[in-house]
Design a binder for this molecule. Structure first.
Ligand code: GLP
Length: 242
């Protein structure tokens, strides 16, 4: 493990996992981004947008896949993860809307949609860099505790804790959907590089379980431990239980 101090904010950057493998690249010249929703990566998306504006960083040749989506919410709904990524990232860079993919939470056949989405990621050559947040219960994507480490994209039922945590995005807590489509831990594990970001004390215990606890389905984020090229970026508060 390696710990470095990054920037003037005193943020900690700790690499988890074994010796980093050389970073491969998706087939062809179309890099594939894996995008996470939630408040945590918003600062990352803002910084990428700033680099786009000021330094000419371009995403025009990229494709992007979202980790997850609520079931039953139209893609255009304000709270859908597709809308979230559009509002917080895609609209601020030169990434083509048509190159951004999310699971269809309104599909008639949800099981078939899950398989289709998994296959679409593979057909794109796999994800090059997957950004991840972490839930207070250690979930990544919407893989709640108990998720198989080899799971593929599928339907999950949210825990009450996750629904409460995400209620701030909805008019009322009852509006938070109970079911979601999420990339599985096995799907996420196939990305060439994982970047898990956590900030704030509310994430400290989940981070400690993920980084220093056993590799276990009961802490889905512990999957970063067996990934050959994972980076965990923490602020001091999120690192406080390590
Ligand atoms: C949701 C998302 C996760 C995200 C988590 C934490 O459950 N499905 O991808 O990591 O929220 O969100 P936040 O960063 O807002 O704490």
């Amino acid at each position: 493990e390696r710990v470095v101090r990054a920037g003037s904010t005193g943020n900690l950057c700790r690499s988890a996992g074994s010796t980093p493998a050389p970073l491969g690249r998706s087939a062809g010249s179309t890099p594939v981004l894996g995008l996470a929703t939630g408040s945590t990566p918003v600062g990352t998306y803002r910084e990428l947008a700033r680099r786009h504006r000021e330094d000419g960083l371009s995403f025009a040749h990229c494709r992007a896949f979202l980790l997850d989506e609520y079931i039953g919410l139209p893609k255009a709904a304000e709270q859908s993860y597709f809308s979230f990524i559009r509002d917080n990232f895609v609209d601020h860079v030169d990434l083509d809307d048509a190159a951004v993919f999310s699971p269809d939470g309104e599909a008639d056949d949800i099981a078939a949609e899950a398989q289709r989405y998994d296959a679409a990621i593979a057909a794109a050559g796999g994800v090059d860099v997957q950004i991840l947040g972490i839930g207070t219960d250690g979930h990544i994507g919407f893989n709640e505790p108990g998720s198989s480490l080899k799971s593929r994209t599928r339907v999950k039922t949210l825990t009450e804790q996750t629904r409460v945590d995400n209620a701030r995005f909805f008019d009322s807590p009852e509006d938070v959907p109970h079911h979601v489509l999420t990339q599985g831990l096995g799907t996420i594990d196939e990305a060439r590089h994982l970047v898990l970001i956590a900030t704030g004390e509310s994430k400290a215990d989940a981070v400690a379980a993920a980084v220093e606890g056993p590799l276990s389905a009961y802490c889905p984020a512990s999957a970063v431990q067996w990934h050959p090229h994972a980076t965990v970026l923490l602020d001091e508060a999120a690192a406080s239980s390590l």
